[in-house]
Design a protein around this ligand. Structure first.
Ligand SMILES: [Zn+2]
Length: 402
C-alpha cells in the first residue's frame, strides 16, 4: 500500500492515527460504465483513513489523486429527487434572506451540473458563474440561462479575475487532498473583497462515525471534516466564520464565512469537538465488524429463502455499500437470487453499470416485473419518497434503510 504522506493536510502536524483500512476499492463511484466488463475492470485504490490528533481532520493516507477522472461522464446529481429540491430551495432561500442577497451574483467552484447555481439565480435574480470539469451545458434548461456563465474546468489562480458577491463551494472540498492549499487558494482569489460571502457545504464525518455509516467512506472522498475541524481550517487560512450548522437530516456541514479582518471572533461552541471526534473514531472502529456482519447476514438469509434483494441508490453510497460487503457481480448469475440490480430515479443512469462492482442500474419501473422481497435503501432521507413510488408501481417489498 502506498502512502501519500504522514502529516495532516489540514494543519501540517504529524500526529495521525490510522483507524480504517479497506483495500482495492473503485477509485470513482459516480462515473457511468457502459458495460459490466468495463465496470469490473475499473481502476482501484486503497483506503487508509487516519485521524489527526491536533485538529480532528480525517484523511485517506493511501490516496493517489492521479487515478482520478472528473469529466462529463461524472454523474453526481441528486436533483431528480423532490426531497433534494426542497433542501436546495430551503437553504438557498435562507441564505438570500439572511444575507440580503437579492440581485447579488454568485461564483460556484465545483458546480457539477449547475443545479445549485441555477436555483440560486432563479431565487436571487442575480448572475452566476459556475466552474466544473464535469459541467454539461445541455443539462441547463432554466429561463435564467442568459444570466449564467460556465467554465468546463478546475478552479485555480487563472480565475482570480472573476468576482462575485457570493463564492460557493459545495461537495467539493471532500474530493480534494490538499485541503489547506485549496482554502488558501480561495482566500487568495477573493483578494481584499471583505464583503464577499463564502459558503461551503460538505458531508459531516461525525455523523458517519457515530452511525458507523461505512457506506459514506469511499475513495473519491479523501478528506473528511467535522464542524470543528472545518472551522479550524477556515480560521487557519484567513477566513472569519460567520455561521456554521448541520443540515439535510444532519448529513451535511454548512459554513458561511468572510475573509478575516483585524481581530478574530470568539470560537464557536462547535469548535470544541476534538474529544468527541476522537471518541467517535474509537467507537466506529469497535462497531464496524458487527455492523458488516449484520448486513452480510441480511443478504445470506434472503439468499437461503430464495428471495430477491435490490439496492436503491446508485450513487457513492451504493457503490461503497456493495464494495465494502465484497459484493461483485459476475457476467453469468451465480444464483437466481444474486443481487444484480441497483435502482435509481436518474434516467441518465439507466442501463449503465456501477464502477467496480458491476451491478446494473435500473429504473424503479423495472421492479414491477422483478418483484424483489427486500429493497435496501442507501439514504434514509428518501424512505418516504421510495415508499410512495413503490406503492404507485404496485411493488410490495420490505424497505430497509441502511
Ligand atoms: Zn490536523
Amino acid at each position: 500500500m502506498t502512502s501519500s504522506g504522514s502529516t495532516c493536510k489540514a494543519c501540517g502536524h504529524g500526529a495521525l492515527r490510522g483507524f480504517y483500512r479497506l483495500e482495492q476499492v473503485p477509485v470513482h463511484s459516480c462515473l457511468l460504465m457502459e458495460t459490466r466488463a468495463e465496470a469490473l475492470a475499473y481502476p482501484r485504490g486503497d483506503l487508509d483513513l487516519a485521524f489527526c490528533e491536533s485538529c480532528g481532520f480525517i484523511q485517506n493516507r493511501a490516496f493517489d489523486g492521479s487515478l482520478h477522472e472528473y469529466s462529463t461522464r461524472y454523474e453526481e446529481t441528486q436533483a431528480y429527487s423532490p426531497r433534494f429540491q426542497r433542501f436546495l430551495d430551503d437553504h438557498i432561500g435562507r441564505l438570500i434572506t439572511s444575507y440580503d442577497l437579492d440581485g447579488k451574483s454568485a461564483l460556484e467552484i465545483g458546480c457539477g451540473k449547475g443545479e445549485w447555481l441555477v436555483r440560486y439565480c432563479e431565487l436571487s435574480g442575480g448572475h452566476g458563474i459556475g466552474i466544473d470539469p464535469g459541467y454539461r451545458p445541455e443539462r441547463t434548461t432554466s429561463d435564467v440561462r442568459d444570466r449564467l456563465t460556465f467554465y468546463q474546468d478546475f478552479y485555480g489562480e487563472s480565475y482570480a479575475h472573476l468576482s462575485a458577491e457570493v463564492v460557493a463551494c459545495r461537495h467539493t472540498l471532500e474530493h480534494i487532498e490538499q485541503v489547506r492549499d485549496f482554502t488558501s487558494l480561495v482566500r487568495r482569489t477573493i483578494r481584499d473583497r471583505t464583503e464577499t460571502l463564502v459558503f461551503f457545504e460538505l458531508p459531516d464525518v461525525l455523523r458517519v462515525l457515530e452511525e458507523c455509516a461505512f457506506q459514506d467512506l469511499y475513495y473519491e472522498h479523501c478528506s473528511y471534516f467535522t464542524l470543528g475541524s472545518l472551522l479550524r481550517l477556515f480560521r487557519r487560512t484567513g477566513f472569519e466564520p460567520i455561521e456554521a450548522w448541520t443540515d439535510y437530516d444532519e448529513q451535511y456541514l454548512m459554513l458561511v464565512a468572510r475573509i478575516a479582518g483585524g481581530t478574530a471572533s470568539h470560537p464557536f461552541v462547535a469548535e470544541n469537538d476534538l474529544d468527541v471526534t476522537r471518541q467517535a473514531v474509537a467507537r466506529f472502529e469497535e462497531a464496524l465488524p458487527r455492523r458488516l456482519a449484520s448486513w452480510r447476514a441480511t443478504h445470506d438469509e434472503a439468499r437461503e429463502k430464495g428471495e430477491r434483494v435490490v439496492v436503491w441508490g446508485s450513487g457513492s453510497k451504493g457503490v461503497a455499500y456493495l464494495t465494502t460487503l465484497g459484493m461483485r457481480v459476475a457476467d453469468e448469475p451465480r444464483s437466481p437470487t444474486e443481487l444484480r440490480y441497483v435502482v435509481d430515479i436518474n434516467p441518465n443512469k439507466h442501463g449503465k453499470f456501477l464502477a467496480g462492482t458491476g451491478h446494473e442500474i435500473v429504473a424503479p419501473e423495472f421492479l414491477r416485473e422483478y418483484r424483489p422481497a427486500t429493497i435496501v435503501v442507501m439514504n434514509p432521507i428518501y424512505m418516504d419518497e421510495i415508499g410512495t413510488t413503490c406503492k404507485q408501481l404496485g411493488v410490495d417489498a420490505r424497505l430497509i434503510a441502511i
